[in-house]
Design a protein around this ligand. Sequence first.
Ligand code: ZN
Length: 316
Amino acid sequence: MWKILIPKKIAYGENAAKEFDYPENALIITTTESKIYEKWIEYMGIKNYHIYDKVTPDPAIETIETIKKEFDGKNVSCYIGLGGGSSLDVCKYLSKMTGVPKILIPTTFGTGAEMTTYAVISFDHKKRLLQDEAFLADAAVIDPYFLPGTPFNIMRNSACDAAAQASEGYDSKLGNPLTKLFCKEAFDILEDAIINDKPELLPYGAMLSGIGFGNSSTTLGHALSYVFSNEGVPHGYSLSSCTTVAHKFNNSTYYERFKKISQKLKFEPLKLNQSLDAAADVIMPDRGHLDNNPKEVTKQDIIECLDEIVNSNPLA
Ligand SMILES: [Zn+2]
């Protein structure tokens, strides 16, 4: 038996965010500044709304509790998450707490968070990956309108994340014929977008990647990447080397193709401040990723992967 969970409603394409019917008295939750989101909201034609614009990257549970208190008794009809992964994650958690429905609208295209039952929230300054069916969007709206103007660095990190998620998701032990269908199609589209300079394809590829990996899992590449994220390397950036080396370890059919994508996006090799042994001790308890890896992974394997990441250039 296998099952797939996707948002109740998915609106995709040019003008999707403009033509979508938004209820009145919604609370818009965003990570951006007013001069940007005011333009977005005007495009979307949302009327009579509340706004919370103080969400920061790596959102903490305290932020969510603040929003809940601030808008208690204001009869909010729904939450609209508008922005990067952080604002969508805040909406997901808040909606689970209050039961208020949520519309998720990504403005950077990579995590596929609008499609998944995952949310990353910090508790006591530690990021936790949570999964709950209640995190699933009531509606997801994907509109390439938000793409132009995205800085190259954000764009390439997001694209690399989407490609890593699609290919790790394809190989995941939790995969099934339907997740493989989504992951395979996602990777083909993302590869075409990156290698042949067609950024307009990224939103669609990231969306399919979200459905695919969101219903299977990411694996060794993501497990390795978190020790680099903990030292401040952006998520997508750390995946360029980590997922390449993980695909090589797993004999993945995506090894060469993923490496080419990372080369095209001009990622540099990674450095690690802590010892490989200490880093392996941080990675080993990450069973959520390691147990779903197609091949069994020992601590020694992790040390060897990390060694290859930092002491040779896996992208050369
Ligand atoms: Zn990721």
